[in-house]
Design a binder for this molecule. Structure first.
Ligand code: GSH
Length: 101
């Protein structure tokens, strides 16, 4: 039988939107963004290391028109960078976006 606490964590993890973060190795804004997401219960972030892969960096710039990291997608929504992620949270819109319908 599944332990209730484990089950609760599992349900929350599987019901969250997929998150993609374009990132680099030494990026304080990326660390800050990841910390916020984790504080909201996010357990999995698909990280794309643009410092290791110029093709993916170009892909990021083509998709966003931006060159800074992080660039964050929650599901199909391009949130933007770290500051925008925090602004979304302050507006009370991050948790609903993280939860899938
Ligand atoms: N306001 C942006 C700042 C992001 C930023 O400056 N990231 C740095 C790395 S920590 C960067 O990409 N610098 C490269 C550049 O400015 O071209 C955010 O909140 O994400």
């Amino acid at each position: 039988m599944l332990d209730f606490a484990f089950y609760t964590v599992w349900i929350r993890a599987v019901s969250m939107a997929k998150i993609i973060m374009y990132t680099t190795a030494n990026c304080p804004f990326c660390v800050r963004a990841e910390a916020l997401l984790k504080s909201k219960g996010v357990t999995e972030i698909d990280k794309v290391r643009v410092d290791l892969d110029p093709v993916r960096r170009q892909e990021m710039m083509d998709k966003t028109g931006r060159r800074t990291v992080p660039q964050i997608w929650i599901g199909e929504t391009h949130v933007g960078g770290c500051d925008e992620l925090h602004a979304l949270d302050r507006a009370g819109r991050l948790a609903p976006l993280l939860a899938t319908a």
